[in-house]
Write a protein that binds this ligand. Structure first.
Ligand SMILES: Cc1cc2nc3c(=O)[nH]c(=O)nc-3n(C[C@H](O)[C@H](O)[C@H](O)COP(=O)(O)O)c2cc1C
Length: 338
């Protein structure tokens, strides 16, 4: 996830139970592009013990091939193509989710990347742009170009994050493509993961926002898949997570106030499971210093330290913004402030 899945965040997640593999933030590909240094760090210095796929976003064939070749010199698990980003400023350039309007272009891009990548070549996409008219055709292109793994977010680009997730489309993809499919979208808990795997017959799940809220979710999924009791997380555990995240993501030279604001983008998600009234979220968003932030955390998380951190977000407690497009054209969570 853009502005989230960096080296520091991956390390924190891995501490609580890493996923089987990670995907980087997307590397932007265009005529002048060079792989972004901070994203490269999440590959080169990855100490989680789990493989990491490098994700590309772009549309120009020679530059996509060049970028893939450059990234293959790093210890990547494979190359992933982003065909899902719903931010208008992205899709208007016909990249990310914008590509879903143009199967001819997808055919060319998949052909070139397949030729360039001798190992694993994977695709992340949504089920369509403003409708699903191209869905089957695109799935057939995934087969034609021997894509190795498809991560499918079960919404169209235009649905953003608002609609229900169309898991029936994920089930249709599982039927149609030769490669394994990861079901993505609103996998909120291990119980949801089990239900969605049952409904879709997908090979696995991809989890985004709910790993920010609950970094134990991968471990809990593994336990649930094995039919074992699922780890219970307490509010005191969450206090530990927040402190770890605070230390790990602190950038040298970044003023304290800015770091506190940066923490709010993660805590927006965490707060959805702390209390049903949204009081933690409300107070957390108004803090301006480390001391204020942890005072709010202590009051909400250590008053009843053994209280269970809810598995699912409390209904009606909304992370603001709750997706990758906080403003009309952003594709990050940078604009989160109190
Ligand atoms: C802050 C944020 C940044 C994201 N950045 C990316 C990205 O760089 N590449 C990508 O394929 N998806 C990105 N996504 C989309 C997620 O991978 C995922 O498809 C989407 O959030 C739905 O899954 P979820 O309900 O598990 O969050 C991002 C999502 C969020 C919330």
């Amino acid at each position: 996830m853009q502005d989230v899945t960096d080296l520091a965040f991956m390390g924190v997640i891995a501490h609580y139970g890493a996923p089987d593999y990670f995907f980087t933030e997307f590397f932007r590909v265009h005529a002048q592009s060079k792989p972004e240094k901070h994203i490269l760090r999440s590959i080169d210095e990855n100490a989680t013990g789990r493989p990491v796929f490098a994700q590309l976003i772009g549309e120009e064939l020679t530059h996509l091939a060049r970028s893939a070749t450059e990234l293959l010199r790093h210890p990547v698990a494979g190359i992933d193509l982003n065909m899902g980003c719903p931010a208008p400023k992205v899709y208007k350039k016909n990249v990310g989710g914008g590509l879903l309007r143009d199967p001819q272009k997808i055919d060319e891009i998949l052909g070139v990347l397949r030729q360039t990548v001798p190992g694993l070549f994977t695709v992340k996409m949504r089920i369509g742009f403003d409708d699903t008219a191209n869905f089957e055709r695109i799935l057939d292109l995934i087969n034609k170009h021997d894509v190795d793994l498809l991560s499918l977010h079960g919404r169209t680009v235009k649905e953003g994050y608002r609609s229900d997730v169309h898991y029936d489309y994920i089930a249709r993809a599982v039927e149609r493509v030769k490669c394994p499919v990861l079901a993505n979208g609103n996998i909120t808990s291990a119980a949801t993961a089990v239900r969605v795997l049952g409904e879709t017959r997908a090979a696995g799940v991809m989890i985004g926002r709910h790993a920010i809220r609950n970094p134990w979710i991968f471990r809990q999924c593994r336990e649930a898949f094995a039919g074992q009791p699922v780890t219970l997380v307490t509010l005191a555990d969450v206090r530990d997570y927040i402190a770890r995240l605070y230390d790990a993501t602190r950038q040298p030279g970044l003023p304290e106030r800015d770091h506190v604001n940066k923490m709010k983008k993660y805590l927006n998600f965490v707060g959805q499971s702390v209390d049903g009234t949204g009081a933690f979220l409300y107070e957390m968003r108004r803090t301006e210093s480390e001391a204020q932030l942890f005072e709010v955390c202590d009051r909400h998380l250590l008053a009843e330290p053994g209280k269970v951190f809810a598995d699912e977000p409390y209904p009606g407690v909304i992370a603001r913004p709750n997706c990758e497009t906080p403003s009309s054209d952003g594709c990050s969570l940078d604009s989160v402030t109190a």
